[in-house]
Design a binder for this molecule. Structure first.
Ligand SMILES: [Zn+2]
Length: 162
């Protein structure tokens, strides 16, 4: 029985890294990140914003009975090659979502907020599948489904706001 799981997600690439995976195929490189100091700039995304996205999507996905914490973390605090992850405990109904600090993002500034919200939706879709008998050693299909669903949900929500 899978009571706790750690999922690391790569939205831009194709790989999903589980800690038990013997080899990682995560491919989003970070080496060419421009070495610009962002410490003097205001953050593009804030804890309040990320928490707001978590609450909104948690409710939309019927996960209101979960206690979900959101954290903005630096690149080194995420599994290699990933930009967001989620860790959960099914018996406790508690989860922690980590999203990448905007100062470590390689995306154009104008795309960071939407991409971070997409990370939140993506990780919550994983959480909504947490009880399914998924194969931790073969995650490509799960990742593909989660990507398509999260992207469709966010696009739909955006079209409703117009
Ligand atoms: Zn994923």
């Amino acid at each position: 029985m899978r009571t706790a799981a750690l999922l690391a997600c790569l939205l831009a690439g194709s790989a999903n890294v589980y800690p038990e995976a013997s080899s990682s195929t995560a491919s989003r490189t970070t080496e060419n990140h421009p070495a610009v100091s962002a410490t003097t700039q205001p953050p593009i995304i804030t804890d309040t914003e990320v928490s707001g996205w978590v609450r909104r999507w948690q409710n939309r996905l019927g996960l209101s009975d979960w206690k979900i914490e959101a954290k903005i973390v630096r690149l080194a605090q995420l599994p290699k090659g990933t930009i967001a992850n989620i860790h959960w405990s099914l018996p406790r109904k508690q989860a922690t979502i980590k999203v990448l600090d905007s100062s470590d993002s390689t995306l154009p500034k104008g795309e960071i907020a939407r991409d971070t919200e997409l990370s939140v939706v993506h990780e919550l879709v994983h959480l909504s599948m947490a009880k399914l008998p998924l194969d931790a050693n073969n995650t490509e299909l799960e990742e593909e489904a989660v990507k398509k669903l999260s992207s469709a949900l966010l696009t739909l929500a955006e079209s409703e706001q117009k």
